[in-house]
Design a protein around this ligand. Structure first.
Ligand code: SF4
Ligand code: SF4
Length: 270
């Protein structure tokens, strides 16, 4: 991973203590390869954002403002996967300036859906475009933001749960620790008193997926498809044993895991 290790805005990193005395931390929002769904989610929480916006000054957000990109900002919020060499250079430019980097959404956190093209980007681009237009830039194998620069906080999900972003912004400002993301979804699901999908003969990725969304899909009758990425505690070998123990198809489980974890899995767990 390129880029130097950085920390939260104040108490974790002594060098950033000066920000405690600033009136407002400057926030810039960037989009890489994505459908902007997580940024749209941000626009849906204007009331909650207003609660914390007194502590922030929004200096750059192309979705809602034509204000030009400034040289100076404190917090960078980044949506989207890294899919071009230009994205790599943009991230390095951002990291040199931002004291805190927050990656939001599955694309930025795990590579997400764009990550499905990992390892085959030229083939996919030819199939989609035929002749790949120059406006696509120098296409590169899709990767999560953390493959290129150090990331201080993540807000996973497809799309994000916007109130989670508000909480992360508050933690970033106060110098709180990043949430470790250790728990898997099953605890939340049990609290909701839902019957486990495995008991119903169906595979559910909640077994290995990072908790925090409140298991809405399961409440609605759909198995989790892992949009929040793997939990830090996920043990894929044990999960495969469980899948096999229920007489379900381990290859199917592995295939489903690829939907949101292909890019991340290349460099992390087996
Ligand atoms: S595997 Fe899925 S359905 Fe079963 S307890 Fe875990 S989250 Fe709930
Ligand atoms: S239940 Fe699973 S697929 Fe649904 S929002 Fe949560 S992590 Fe994503």
């Amino acid at each position: 991973m390129a880029g130097k290790k950085v920390f939260g805005l104040n108490q974790i990193n002594p060098a950033s203590h000066a920000l405690e005395h600033k009136e407002a931390a400057k926030v810039a929002v960037f989009g890489l390869a994505s459908d902007f769904g997580c940024q749209v989610q941000m626009t849906n929480i204007e009331r909650e954002l207003l609660d914390v916006l007194g502590m922030f000054e929004l200096v750059y957000w192309q979705l809602v403002s034509s204000a030009p990109l400034p040289e100076d900002f404190d917090i960078a919020i980044i949506e989207g996967a890294v899919c071009t060499q230009e994205h790599v250079e943009t991230l390095q430019w951002i990291r040199e300036r931002a004291k805190v980097v927050i990656a939001i959404g599955a694309c930025a956190v795990t590579g997400g859906i764009p990550g499905l093209a990992r390892g085959n980007v030229d083939d996919f681009a030819k199939r989609v475009y035929g002749d790949v237009p120059a406006s696509c830039g120098s296409m590169a194998s899709p990767r999560p933001v953390s493959d290129i620069i150090a990331v201080d906080f993540t807000v996973p999900g497809c799309p994000i749960e916007p109130l989670e972003l508000v909480a992360v912004l508050q933690r970033a400002l106060m110098g709180g620790n990043p949430e470790a993301g250790g728990r898997s979804m099953c605890g939340d699901c049990r609290l909701n008193e839902d019957v486990c999908f495995f008991e119903r003969g169906r595979i559910c990725l909640g077994l290995v997926t990072r908790a925090g969304c409140g298991a809405p899909c399961i409440k609605l009758g759909y198995p989790c498809n892992g949009c929040r990425g793997l939990a830090a505690s996920a043990n894929l070998d044990s999960a495969r044993d469980i899948v096999a123990g229920y007489g379900l198809d381990v290859a199917d489980f592995d295939a489903r895991l690829q939907i949101f974890n292909k890019a991340g899995q290349d460099s992390s767990r087996s």
